[in-house]
Design a protein around this ligand. Structure first.
Ligand SMILES: C[S@@+](CC[C@H](N)C(=O)[O-])C[C@H]1O[C@@H](n2cnc3c(N)ncnc32)[C@H](O)[C@@H]1O
Length: 260
């Protein structure tokens, strides 16, 4: 990956920052502050270095147009991936792993915010990121209606600009399988960078059991895409029924932990 050297060194700065305990000693406090500034500068530097080329910008714009058109054309409850209530796999993982309240969590490709709003309602500091502003407007409305605070930001999932080590958990339901093939590696690197060391990542992506091809995976293929930066802790195939048509769609649900 073009930026891998830079990303790794920024990540190392972030890790040093996260692992150091706070100190009352003024000298140490100064050092901690300097380290924190370095992390911030690191985030800004990454954002500058990772600025997209004109060709990439055109590509991102095309992806944005496609999703924005889909959201604008379809009422919230009729989108095929919508469902009542939070994603059961996410609920199961959060409960089983006893993720501490107050942890920062990211719902990447959050769509209309169903899972981010649920995470916020459970006491987590939830951020949802999506490329479509219409989806995000609906997500913000959902948070307001539920009376919870969640942050929703527009961005490109394969170009994450959060500071290194920002999150304890990332939820990706239906994001990865829409990332263009030539950006998958960048996507995985980005998630590893914004997760803290040994942070959790729940991915749900189209299974090869579905009848179409192109963005479906066997379990081994899916795990293989994430393997350079993540170890798989558990995985199972889950069934989703599309809103309206009730057509079955199979997804691999794999829980990963960031290596090191
Ligand atoms: C199948 S929907 C899933 C939405 C949500 N996770 C859910 O389960 O309801 C896929 C989402 O990915 C978003 N998306 C697609 N490509 C993206 C990208 N490059 N960056 C950010 N979001 C993206 C779309 O706007 C859409 O909201």
């Amino acid at each position: 990956m073009i930026f891998s050297g830079k990303v790794i060194s920024l990540e190392a700065i972030g890790r040093a920052h996260l692992l150091k305990p706070r100190s009352r000693n003024p000298g140490m406090a100064l050092l901690t502050r300097a380290r924190r500034l370095l992390v911030r500068a690191g985030g800004a530097l990454y954002a500058r270095l990772a600025r997209p080329t004109p060709e990439e910008r055109r590509h991102q714009a095309a992806v944005h147009r496609r999703w924005e058109a889909a959201y604008r054309a379809t009422p919230a409850s009729l989108l095929p991936w919508e469902r009542e209530g939070p994603e059961p796999e996410l609920v199961r993982v959060v409960r089983a792993r006893r993720l501490p309240r107050g942890s920062a969590v990211l719902d990447v490709a959050c769509g209309q915010g169903r899972d981010a709003v649920w995470l916020a309602s459970q006491g987590y500091r939830a951020t949802g990121l999506d490329i479509s502003e219409t989806a995000l407007a609906r997500a913000r409305e959902r948070a307001r209606a539920a009376g919870v605070r969640a942050r929703f930001v527009r961005g490109n999932a394969w170009r994450l600009y959060f500071r290194p080590g920002s999150f304890s958990l990332v939820n990706d339901r239906g994001g990865f399988h829409h990332i263009p093939e030539d950006h998958r590696r960048e996507y995985v690197e980005g998630l590893a960078r914004v997760l803290r060391p040994r942070g959790l990542l729940l991915v749900q992506a189209f299974s090869a059991r579905n009848p179409w091809r192109g963005n479906t995976f066997t379990r081994a293929e899916l795990v293989g895409h994430f393997a350079p930066r993540f170890e798989a802790l558990e995985g199972r195939e889950v069934l989703h029924r599309e809103a309206v048509t009730r057509e079955p769609v199979y997804l691999w649900s794999v829980l990963f932990r960031r290596r090191g």
